[in-house]
Design a protein around this ligand. Structure first.
Ligand code: PMP
Length: 312
């Protein structure tokens, strides 16, 4: 398929928002403020050290998809970095709804951020008494429809995913440089996503998406022990979307060879949803089109989130 330029207005999860000028209302530490007044201190350790955590969440037709799962993961990330959030889950959920209302959006991308807060220039995280809380709700731009129809080209990043024992990828931390450097490899190769291996050479995930393969009628995805973010969309596909399409999905360690020999590959993420991969570097996957299993799962996903599915 033809190569997709990287400067299209596409998203991956970490670039999902569509800045709309100075109109947005941002929830910042308890107040809703215009975006040009949503400012944080240069002494916030979120900025100085990437010390904090975040979530990307979707609003479909006025309903927030998997809000509790996102809040659970957010508070689990916070706990793993010993950051005590300033607000409870219930308060944050209410603040998200308030921010959605203030921006009058029905379909949106929601970014929730906890920063360590203002401290000194030193690393000491516990000298930052007030963790920051930020909620941004913005319109979402999707990958071009062409990529959903025809599949996506990706590369394998040379840079491995950071090992669990150094910084567990299960923590959705504000320090995304490992992913950003792999993303730069993708951009340099004129594609939008890169598959990352762990330091053992096992497939882990992509810079902003989880990965699945369809092979000999089975659907497989790397286990959490391969060093991945526990994707909410990944879990949705494993627990609900797959089974309702009649597929069982198995967590299994995957090597690059398993990807090259797969019949189909697809990625999952809050922003990307489910998207097929048809080429990895110069290797064509399956017959080079988005496969029937992937399409089936994409259809089921759309049905569940875009119609009258209840909020969970
Ligand atoms: N892996 C990484 C590294 C990510 O940043 C994301 C997106 N947040 C995902 C996987 C997909 O996770 P989710 O389905 O929760 O968006």
């Amino acid at each position: 398929m033809s190569s997709v330029p990287v400067n299209v207005s596409s998203i991956d999860d970490e670039a999902a928002a569509d800045p709309r000028g100075a109109n947005l209302k941002v929830w910042l530490n308890g107040s809703i403020v215009p975006q040009d007044q949503a400012l944080i201190s240069v002494f916030d350790h979120g900025l100085l050290y990437g010390d904090g955590c975040f979530e990307g969440i979707r609003l479909y037709n006025g309903r927030i998809l998997k809000l509790m799962s996102h809040l659970d993961r957010m508070y689990s990330s916070a706990e793993k970095i010993r950051l005590k959030p300033s607000y409870s889950k219930e308060q944050v959920a209410a603040a998200i709804r308030e921010t959605i209302k203030a921006n009058n959006l029905n379909d949106a991308y929601i970014r929730l951020i906890f920063t360590r807060g203002v401290g000194t220039l030193g690393l000491h995280p516990f000298r930052c008494p007030d963790p920051g809380t930020i909620i941004i709700v913005d319109a979402i731009k999707l990958y071009p429809q062409e990529l959903y129809d025809q599949g996506m080209r990706v590369i394998v990043a040379e840079r491995p995913r950071i090992p669990i024992e150094c910084l567990d990828p299960a923590i959705k931390s504000l320090n995304y440089l490992n992913n950003i450097l792999a993303k730069i490899e993708a951009i340099d190769a004129d594609v939008l996503e890169a598959i990352m291996l762990n330091t053992e050479g096992e497939v882990s995930e992509c810079t902003g998406d989880n990965i699945f393969v369809v092979t000999g009628g089975r659907i497989l995805t790397p286990p959490v022990s391969s060093g991945i973010l526990h994707g909410i969309t990944r879990q949705f596909v494993i627990d609900e979307i797959g089974p309702s399409c009649g597929y069982e999905i198995v967590e299994q360690t995957l090597m690059l060879e398993d990807l090259y020999q797969a019949d189909e590959i697809f990625l999952t993420g809050t922003a990307a949803e489910i998207i097929g991969v048809t080429e990895i570097g110069d290797k064509v996957i399956g017959d080079g089109t988005v496969g029937t299993v992937t399409k089936h799962l994409m259809d089921e996903f759309s049905k569940r989130v875009k119609k009258d599915a209840p909020e969970d």
